[in-house]
Write a protein that binds this ligand. Structure first.
Ligand code: SF4
Length: 727
């Protein structure tokens, strides 16, 4: 189909200095957790976006300082030497193959550089500890230090041109060294790099001059600007004078060819990469839309934009000239091409969960909930839109239309298999149907919407809804060649958790005063005073607490963790979660677990112990006929009307076990194999359940798709000069 003319404006070229963007779609710098040390992974991740129609594709932050500026265990790129040039050249060559531009974001973290690996000492406007790594103390830079670091930027810019980059940034988003010099919060110097605006902007301005000189005409020069650090008038503010003066100065002096805008300080990075729980699409507009009034240069705006209509509005309203995207480009590398080809309904929209950030910030490689192929382009050879046709596709029964089953059925069908997807309930989606009812998680429904749309288009899939839970006899009678069970998981109803590895005495979700999250969403009666017992530390405990507080219940979260939902630190949500807990008066009891509960006096009395004072596994030695004996002081008794259990997820593997027990009958029924996909094999994060369904379908002809097939491992092997080639 031709593209809708309404979207023509998105495909207009934009001039950026010596280069031209072929359209307005731009992948802004974003981390992937591998940097320049895994060149194949880096190159193929970025190339996929170039193939998918993005006019420019950038690296993540790229370190310039060989003396000590890295973010270990968080891997980023570097341009310290010829080796980095060689590795990043793969990315540039791969991106150029699709007539896209390659960009690199030169960065010095300054105060915030942890230097865990290299043990170097970073510099900063003043000597202080890092926000990210309080054990790290930066050296207060003198003018020699400043000149040395600016020289590193210039060297890195020369290497960037050698590697083939078309766009070179000086990073000043968040609170990196350039912004630390500009910000009164960080910069209290009294020399010519501190004090009035002209002095505070000097480091940034001189650095740009040197980078521009080093790059010559070989690359467009950009700077990413945090237009508001969200720290008040001492920092950079959208409506303060500094940021407008920066933009006007850099344009007047011809130092940059375009601006890339965002908001936030390092400790509020979640206001930049905002999750859908707290931020709608284009949420940065109130901060960024004023900048265009101060410059004629092109401006990039980000804000998790996935709708072409929203993008058009950003352009025609004068908010920005170029649509910047990180997460929407991860979730769907082919987003521009789908708009171009009139296939808007095929866009796999980012759900704003920030699991991509969670994984890379913990030192692993990025993953994506929506796009199982992200970061698997090189090592597994997966393409997000193309699938190898199975050599001899047969027909497959998939039991369960939750996220793993939906994804498995989608990919099997794309590979030519005939698929029957059978769902017990009237609606597909599995536990995502419940998640979307948690406060703020409605966008997670895109997981279902995308897959339902693709399955509706597939000609070889039949989706049967509301068929009830299949029995082993029904599965055998189906006589499918292969069976994939994707029957999901459930929350434990007896308080079992990894903390005690035992049920909690007196706790049973079959009783009136104890609930699982599924029961809460299903409408089981909840009393006025609620305890949420959360071992999980991710979205469900806090989701239950907010859901119930919104309905007028008094809620206390009991958790063994130091705070509620610590995993959400890595999705950048914790500051907003903490604000929400305070606003909604949700109490919490950290470092605590439940020893036992008993109903008495018309309430539930829950005995809570301190996991540090009394030990994590206090209930290991119960005394027959009594509540377990305490090892420390008296446990507290918290009275409540309802206890909600967010303690452990249990695999729904009963059907698989029953089928295994009748394995001798499989051959007579024509069944060659039975596999388990997603949470029924092992309950995991949503991203992993979807990945599991996808991987099994991709590897369906392997000797045992239940176990992942080998993949390319990028690593240094002594005596082996090359990795497998980059095609
Ligand atoms: Fe979007 Fe979540 Fe994928 Fe990140 S992991 S790109 S937030 S869908």
């Amino acid at each position: 189909m031709p593209r809708d003319p309404r979207y023509d404006i998105l495909f207009e070229p934009v001039r950026i200095g010596p280069k031209t963007l072929k359209n307005r779609f731009y992948q802004v710098p974003h981390c992937n957790g591998v940097g320049s040390n895994r060149p194949g992974t880096q190159a193929k991740l970025r190339e996929m976006k170039a193939e998918g129609g993005w006019a420019a594709v950038c690296t993540e932050a790229c370190s310039v300082d060989p003396g000590g500026q890295e973010q270990a265990p968080h891997e980023v790129s570097s341009l310290w030497d010829e080796g980095d040039v060689i590795n990043l050249r793969h990315m540039c060559d791969s991106v150029h193959r699709w007539n896209a531009l390659a960009g690199v974001e030169l960065c010095h973290l300054g105060l915030s550089s942890p230097n865990i690996d290299c043990r170097g000492v970073s510099i900063a406007p003043v000597g202080a500890t890092s926000e990210w790594s309080p054990q790290t103390y930066a050296h207060a830079a003198d003018e020699d230090d400043i000149a040395r670091v600016q020289g590193y930027f210039a060297e890195a810019a020369r290497r960037a041109v050698q590697a083939g980059f078309d766009i070179i940034y000086v990073h000043a988003g968040h609170a990196v060294l350039t912004v630390q010099f500009l910000s009164r919060l960080y910069n209290t110097r009294t020399d010519r790099y501190g004090g009035p605006f002209e002095n505070r902007v000097r480091f940034w301005r001189e650095t740009l001059e040197q980078v521009k000189r080093a790059a010559g005409d070989g690359a467009a020069i950009a700077t990413r600007i945090s237009v508001d650090q969200l720290v008040g008038p001492d920092g950079v503010e959208t409506h303060g004078e500094d940021i407008f003066r920066v933009v006007e100065l850099f344009e007047r002096e011809g130092l940059v060819d375009f601006f890339d805008l965002n908001v936030s300080n390092l400790d509020e990075w979640g206001e930049d990469a905002g999750t859908s729980r707290f931020h709608r699409a284009n949420h940065q507009a109130p901060f960024t839309r004023h900048i265009k009034q101060h410059t004629k240069l092109p401006v990039i705006n980000v804000g998790r934009l996935t709708s072409p209509d929203d993008m058009v509005q950003v352009i025609i309203s004068g908010q920005a000239d170029i649509i910047g995207a990180a997460r929407p480009s991860i979730a769907d590398p082919f987003l521009p091409r789908k708009i171009e080809e009139g296939r808007v309904e095929d866009i796999r929209e980012c759900i704003g969960c920030n699991v991509c950030i969670l994984r890379s910030d913990r030192g692993g490689q990025m993953v994506c909930t929506q796009n199982a192929t992200s970061m698997e382009e090189y090592r597994r050879g997966w393409h997000p839109e193309r699938f190898d046709r199975a050599p001899d596709p047969g027909w497959v029964l998939v039991v369960g239309a939750g996220p793993a089953g939906l994804e498995c059925a989608r990919v099997l069908a794309a590979r030519g298999y005939d698929v029957h997807l059978r769902e017990a309930l009237p609606e597909i989606g599995g536990h995502v149907r419940q998640l979307v009812r948690y406060p703020g998680l409605a966008e997670w429904g895109r997981v279902i919407d995308y897959r339902a749309g693709q399955l509706a288009k597939a000609t070889t899939v039949a989706v049967h809804r509301g068929v009830g839970a299949m029995t082993v006899d029904e599965v055998l009678a189906y006589e499918a060649e292969k069976v994939v069970l994707a029957t999901g998981a459930r929350w434990a109803g007896d308080g079992f958790s990894h903390i005690t590895m035992r049920p909690i005495p007196g706790v049973d979700a079959a009783s009136a005063r104890v609930c699982t999250p599924e029961q809460v969403i299903a409408g089981k009666a909840i009393g006025e005073r609620v305890l949420v017992l959360d071992a999980d530390g991710y979205i469900t405990g806090v989701g239950m607490a907010e859901h119930l507080a919104d309905r007028g219940h008094g809620v206390t979260v009991v958790t063994q963790h130091a705070q509620v939902a610590p995993q959400l630190l890595y999705t950048l949500e914790l500051p907003n979660v903490q604000r929400m807990l305070r606003e909604k008066r949700i109490a919490y009891r950290p470092h605590a677990w439940v020893e036992a509960a008993e109903e008495a006096g018309g309430e539930l009395r829950v005995r809570v112990y301190d996991v540090y004072r009394d030990g994590f596994r206090r209930t290991e030695r119960p005394v027959a006929g009594e509540l377990p004996r305490r090892r420390g002081d008296a446990a507290d008794v918290l009275a409540c009307d309802t206890l909600v259990l967010v303690t452990a997820r249990i695999a729904n593997d009963g059907l698989y076990k029953a089928l295994r027990a009748r394995r001798a009958e499989w051959a007579a029924r024509g069944i060659k194999a039975v596999y388990q996909a997603g949470d029924c094999y092992a309950p995991r994060q949503l991203a992993e359940a979807i990945f599991d369904g996808h991987r099994i379908a991709r590897e369906f002809e392997s000797p045992d798709p239940q176990i992942a097939a080998p993949f390319i491992r990028e690593r240094q092997i002594w005596g082996s000069p090359v990795y497998p080639t980059l095609g």
